[in-house]
Ligand binder design. Sequence first.
Ligand SMILES: *Cc1c(COP(=O)(O)O)cnc(C)c1O
Length: 391
Amino acid sequence: MRKDPLSWIEAELEQLDQAGLRRRRRVRQGPQGAVVVLDGRELVNFGSNDYLGLASDERVKAAAVAAVQEGWGAGASPLVSGYSVLHQRLESRLAEFEGRESAVVFGSGFAANMGTIAALVGPGDAVYMDAKNHASLWDGARLSRADVRVYGHGEYRQLERLLERGGQYRRRLIVTDGLFSMDGDLAPLGELVELAHRYEAMLLVDEAHATGVFGAGGRGTAEHLGVEKEIPVQIGTLSKALGSVGGFVVGSRILIDWLVQRARSYLFSTAPPAPMAAAAMAALEIVQTEPIRRRRLLESADYVRAELRRQGWRLGPSMSQIIPVLVGRPETALEFSAALAERGLFVPPIRPPAVPEGESCLRISLCASHSSGMIDALLEALAVLAKRFLS
Ligand SMILES: *Cc1c(COP(=O)(O)O)cnc(C)c1O
């Protein structure tokens, strides 16, 4: 008998099981929202990126439904015949919203990051990466075949030393999350802007978790930190606070023209269905007309962090709606997540490789649609766990 060439996978999966690292998918029935049904169980949902509660908003749904009447699949790459009036209009709205010359919409934020980085640098160039950057930024950096230089999370002084020593490169690109997806803290954008100027490097900021949430206008961490005009390459996603799907890049007209020529995840991928653009425009409108949502969200995040720190939990440097409750071992994260589910609360356990070894956590994502009763229930349940875990 010939050996199954895929039999090695069984052994690998077994190892994941042993280490408490095997993932399984929960099936959601019904819409995304503050309360969800997962695997048949109704739970208050602290495990989505639907930060403003727009994924199931009636206006967003209605916009998508109306657009579906005009057709569904895009049928081709945007460069062939897949680019519709709705895609074009969404790009204009995004550019206008962000106060930039131009925008381009990709099928996902992941695709936007991969395609953009690989279009900006190549062999003979360097990419400077924060150690905690998102997986899609790493994949883009590796794909580019530029030299990847890593600096410690937020350690801009270390970045400066790397830049100082890297004068031989043709082009250089500094890449960072604006709001880090696991730690919930912000990049030191003021310092990064200053370094990018001084060393004549390009700067790319991924605002995936901050678009719609941070800044008075909801434009992200660069707005919040007052450096918007200094970020030449800004990336966002339509799939988190905007409750839709798709990624986008905003910047100068020449930048966007270049990405349309060279970003392979754009060129060689079918345009997303046009109704996604209609839904995203409706969501964008809500972001602009209802700033109360992001204010309420960040206020409840301040409250939850203060209470959890008072209970004795380690939250790391979080200063946002993303609140990792650090427990260390993956098995502990699993056990606590199960204990919270017993009380009707969904808080996902986060384990390596999503976080470094020893930094397993419960990742609380707050949404504007959580009621104060829901938040109090979470705090009470964590207070009970704190007595067990921290004593
Ligand atoms: C989620 C995420 C992405 C990917 O965006 P999608 O639209 O979900 O593909 C990119 N960057 C960061 C920092 C993210 O958290």
